[in-house]
Design a protein around this ligand. Structure first.
Ligand code: BTN
Length: 246
């Protein structure tokens, strides 16, 4: 274990997990916990930082990761990566379920109402797979860059009350461990159907990029099968707009 002020309790009290968090590295500041994990990670390791200077989001976006405001962490896994993003979103939703009702929006955002609280980014190098999770906790509206203020929120801004980052992280890691162990034992299908149902997309009319259509299914890679006027399209990732209400 490595010392890190905001996460002392996480480091002091061992997690009751089988795989996730076998080793924990808590840093004050890092460029990106995913980069650190890709360079130094071992299976089961969790890297958490109070701040990131170059946090990465999906599709080349930057991830706003100011000190003290959120949970910025990465989990390293070995051979298994199918289903990992399903496990991540379900773990975040379930870890917080006693205090708020969160929903999962394809491709893998966790929202409270219409505000995105959490995003996940999976990256792979050689035989290391890294799951990065960013969860906004203490932000007020003005803590987000102006262009994000109508889209992003935090636990504090959307749910209210006080939040202990260390406890939230422990709960998310515990739930994630349960899901990861289930996938290892029973395969990706053990979480895919629940995740797909949580996305609440099947049968809905959406627009994504140039495509408009009705979602027929979500496959084991998380891709949408979209029935369009020119046939069925497979959409691996992207942004979606609901055409039949939010
Ligand atoms: C998204 O665009 O929704 C994905 C955001 C993922 C952000 C997390 S924060 C911890 C980890 N380190 C990074 O650089 N990115 C991920």
């Amino acid at each position: 274990m490595t010392k890190g002020a905001p996460y002392e309790e996480l480091l002091r009290v061992p997690l009751e997990t089988q795989f996730v968090g076998r080793e924990i590295v808590a840093l004050d500041v890092v460029d990106s916990t995913n980069t650190y994990a890709l360079n130094h990670g071992k299976p089961g390791m969790v890297i958490v930082a109070d701040a990131q200077t170059a946090g990465r989001g999906r599709q080349g976006h930057t991830w706003h990761s100011a000190p003290g405001l959120g949970l910025w962490f990465s989990v390293v896994v070995d051979e298994m990566w199918q289903g990992l993003s399903f496990a991540a979103a379900l773990a975040v939703r379930d870890a917080l379920a006693d205090r708020c009702e969160l929903r999962i929006k394809w491709p893998n955002d966790v929202l409270c109402g219409s505000k995105k609280l959490c995003g996940t980014l999976i990256e792979r190098r050689d035989d290391i797979t890294v799951l990065g999770i960013g969860l906004n906790v203490h932000h007020a509206r003005e803590d987000f860059p102006p262009e994000l203020r109508d889209k992003a929120g935090s636990l504090e801004s959307e749910v209210g009350g006080t939040w202990d980052r260390c406890k939230v992280l422990r709960d998310v890691l515990t739930h994630l461990d349960g899901r990861v162990m289930l996938i290892r034992k029973d395969g990706v299908e053990a979480v895919r159907a629940e995740w797909a149902s949580a996305c609440n997309l099947i049968g809905r009319r959406i627009q994504t990029g140039p495509h408009t259509g009705t979602v027929v299914d979500i496959d084991r890679h998380g891709a949408l099968l979209l029935a369009t006027s020119s046939g069925t399209q497979m959409i691996p990732t992207g942004e979606i707009t609901y055409l039949d209400g939010d």
